[in-house]
Design a protein around this ligand. Structure first.
Ligand SMILES: [Mn+2]
Length: 344
């Protein structure tokens, strides 16, 4: 059941969907399972009501989600001449997250913003924001049930994927009793947990594993096992025959070491740009750390882009991480704060 205080807002969404015949659904850039699952499930629900629906998500789309039902209907822009008066956003903390696609949103359009980021800028005419929701997919399921709209097996598959991926395979701290109950309901409605898990977690190309192996071979562990870090270089990409997008999950491997507090992966994007991914399981606030390098994220998972070559970014970031671990307190999680500026 969607939160009581959001029910009225949800009913406004239902009224708007019933009133307008042509509807635009916008997902966020660097699309993830949540924004994809919600957008595709809602598109199917609206089409069942006889609506014309455009699903627009900025490229490049992550091809690892190409199996999701309806994925091939996603466009980089709405068709020319589309007169859209209702626009739905799912999982976008702010409008900029949808990139150039927002240029297609006219002044006259009514905007509905459905999200679970605490930092959401409330840019919609209707804002349905639940920071306690594990995924927006969970909110979508609960709203569809409130509306009395049928959830088909393909919709259930899309929403289950949203919930599975945003909880890190039901492993993150947002794996709540409600998330598990909703996952069970989606399975009962026709989502196949084993199939979705295979598509999400057991469909990597061999090049991805080769790259992971090269990066992990060079892993560095210091501070009595409290800090571990690894590099992904252009040379490794070449050797593995991989692209940098395949380095995404290396951080989870580094972060799987027993007793670890902070994991860092450095990615050599080019000679002048290094990306970092940071995970924290201890006192250090990963978002706070990454903000020092103009990045951001969640307390447990964050990232940044640093305008420095790899060999300069590594010592710079490591100095900050070591200091943060040593002086747990400054930058610790108990400073609270909801600084979700990106991701999930
Ligand atoms: Mn999300």
């Amino acid at each position: 059941m969607i939160k009581t205080e959001l029910r009225q807002q949800a009913d406004r969404l239902k009224d708007l969907c019933e009133r307008y015949d042509e509807i635009l659904i916008l997902g966020h850039k660097d699309a993830d399972g949540d924004t994809l699952g919600c957008s595709l499930a809602f598109a199917e629900a609206l089409e069942t009501l006889g609506k014309t629906v455009h699903v627009v998500i900025p490229p490049a789309l992550p091809q690892k989600y190409a199996w999701m039902p309806g994925f091939d209907r996603i466009r980089p822009a709405p068709p020319a001449g589309a007169e859209v008066r209702l626009v739905l956003f799912f999982d976008a903390g702010n409008m900029e997250r949808s990139g150039d696609a927002i240029d297609h949103v006219t002044e006259r359009a009514t905007i509905v913003n459905v999200d679970h980021h605490a930092s959401n800028s409330r840019f919609g005419d209707v804002n349905i924001i639940d920071p306690d929701a594990s995924a927006v997919g969970q909110m979508c399921l609960e709203m569809l049930e409130q509306f009395g709209w049928r959830v088909t097996p393909t919709m259930a598959t899309n929403l289950y994927t949203a919930l599975l991926t945003d909880t890190g395979g039901f492993r993150h701290e947002n794996t709540t009793p409600a998330a598990l109950r909703d996952a069970a309901r989606l399975a009962a409605l026709g989502a196949d947990p084993s199939y979705v898990a295979t598509m999400v977690y057991k469909s990597r190309p061999p090049t991805t594993l080769r790259l992971c192996g090269l990066a992990l071979a060079g892993i560095q562990i210091e501070m009595d096992g409290r800090l571990a870090w690894a590099r992904v270089t252009r040379k490794m990409l070449h050797e593995a025959g991989a692209v940098m997008a395949e380095a995404e999950e290396i951080i989870d491997n580094v972060n799987s070491i027993a007793g670890l507090e902070v994991a860092v992966v450095f990615k050599e994007i080019n000679a002048r740009l290094t990306k970092i991914s940071v995970r924290s399981r201890g006192e250090v606030d990963a978002a706070w750390l990454c903000e020092r390098f103009s990045g951001g994220g969640h307390p447990r998972a964050a990232g940044a882009e640093i305008g420095q070559p790899l060999e300069r970014a590594v010592p710079m970031v490591l100095a900050a991480v070591r200091q943060a671990i040593e002086t747990a307190g400054a930058g610790s999680l108990d400073r609270g704060g909801e600084r979700c500026v990106r991701e999930s």
